[in-house]
Design a protein around this ligand. Structure first.
Ligand code: ZN
Length: 426
């Protein structure tokens, strides 16, 4: 652990640059980097990393390179401009342990703009919070990683281990951005992902499966509705059946050592519904895009089989679907759950730095969403920690990140880097 004088200098350096950090964060949040539109965010990241003298690797992701790797999820949209950006710091002399600092720059859609109090991509600061889509999840964390490194330099220090700052895409839909860094060959002794974890270490997290129900009916005039088959009504029948599967899986969750204390950890979400053409025509088609969670240790392929069986069983009991069963399409995430184990060394460092900044013990959480940490921990044995600021309304309206906790999380990250990688006088 760095001595208390060094620790204080690092924390002061974060505080001294915090206004600049917020200005950069605002600029980053202002870019509407929804899926497929992350390019300008990656340009900005490459610029920030280049300005600081890091070695920048900026490449186009080829799905063919990834599709057979564990954890890959199918890509359905235009992927021709998908990129990953990594900035690497190499020490002159290696003494400490190497580190990956990773953030995702993709954000989920903002939803109807009239439901936001201020425009989602015009971030503002008010009463100690920054508002904007991605302000919490997780652009403030990614920029925080860069400023944590800046603080070390400002404190007259340089790390004594290799560090990769990785800006990835697709975290919100498949995780193939993180996967691409591993395929490219990036490895380290630890990975740190500053997601807005509310000041807790993520001990365990769910996996996620995305699928689409494609129901196809027979169009008819509504005056003869009996002669048609209403695809929207049939989709409701399938949604209800899947709610039954959700309850069954939640009953199973009581056997999980971390999730047994979480109320309803498995959430099934019909997230998008599209169907029909005309109010007076019986809809001939309905597509429902769904998300469901699974727990650590559950096999993705087994869970896919259960989903398919649930839909098939419900269809057999339905007058129309029995003869015309829906298709189930795997439409994104096919992700394992992940429990953080074997990470005692970096955890101990985080615990120490946490108590230096926040005072007290580092709290832990079982998280009912997922982060990219799984790729590192599950498939490459790289201990991967997720820790960050307090944020609210992620994926909702008026998303915001708390600035006091963002400063503290940045200081924690800076001290973590100093302790894990080691530092020497610049
Ligand atoms: Zn996130």
């Amino acid at each position: 652990m760095v001595d208390s004088d060094t620790s204080r200098r690092i924390c002061d350096a974060v505080a001294a640059r915090f206004d600049e950090q917020l200005a950069t964060t605002k600029e980053f949040v202002a870019i509407p980097s929804t899926r497929g539109a992350e390019g300008p965010c990656q340009d900005m990241m490459a610029d920030l990393l280049n300005q600081r003298g890091y070695e920048v690797d900026d490449w186009k992701i080829e799905v063919d390179d990834l599709k057979d790797l564990p954890g890959f999820g199918p890509i359905e949209h235009d992927f021709s401009r998908a990129r990953t950006v990594v900035g690497t710091y190499r020490p002159e002399r290696t003494a400490g342990k190497s580190l990956i600092l990773q953030g995702h720059c993709d954000v989920v859609p903002a939803g109807p703009l009239d439901m936001w109090e201020t425009p989602p991509f015009q971030p503002i600061i008010k009463d100690g919070w920054m508002y904007g889509r991605g302000a919490g999840d997780m652009k403030s964390g990614t920029i925080g990683a860069i400023y944590a490194l800046d603080a070390l330099r400002a404190a007259g220090l340089k790390p004594t281990a290799r560090i990769h700052v990785q800006s990835v895409i697709e975290e919100e839909s498949t995780g193939v951005g993180a996967l691409s860094t591993l395929q490219r060959g990036y490895r380290a002794d630890c990975c740190f992902i500053p997601e807005p974890t509310q000041g807790q270490l993520i001990r365990s997290q769910v996996g996620v499966i995305w699928f689409r129900l494609k129901v196809r009916g027979r169009p008819a005039h509504v005056a003869q509705a009996g002669s048609g088959s209403n695809a929207i009504k049939a989709a409701y029948h399938l949604i209800q059946a899947l709610e039954g599967l959700e309850e069954e899986w939640n009953r199973r969750a009581v056997n999980d050592r971390h999730f047994k204390s979480v109320v309803h950890p498995i959430n099934f979400n019909p997230g998008i519904i599209k169907g029909g053409e005309w109010a007076s025509s019986v809809p001939a088609w309905c597509d429902v895009d769904c998300r469901i969670a699974i727990l650590p240790g559950w096999k993705v392929s087994d869970c896919q089989a259960e989903i398919a069986a649930c839909v098939a069983e419900a269809s057999r009991k339905h007058s129309f679907l029995a003869a015309s069963p829906p298709e189930v399409v795997w439409s994104g995430f096919l992700s394992d759950g992940f429990e953080l184990t074997g990470a005692e060394e970096p955890e101990a460092v985080l615990r120490q730095t946490y108590s230096a900044i926040y005072g007290g013990e580092l709290p832990e959480a079982a998280f009912t969403g997922l982060t990219d940490t799984r790729f590192y921990g599950l498939n490459h044995g790289i201990p991967s920690l997720s820790f960050g600021a307090v944020a609210e309304q992620m994926h909702g309206f008026n998303e915001r990140v708390n600035l006091d906790t963002l400063r503290k999380a940045t200081q924690t990250m800076a001290l973590f880097i100093a302790d894990w990688c080691g530092v020497e006088k610049a």
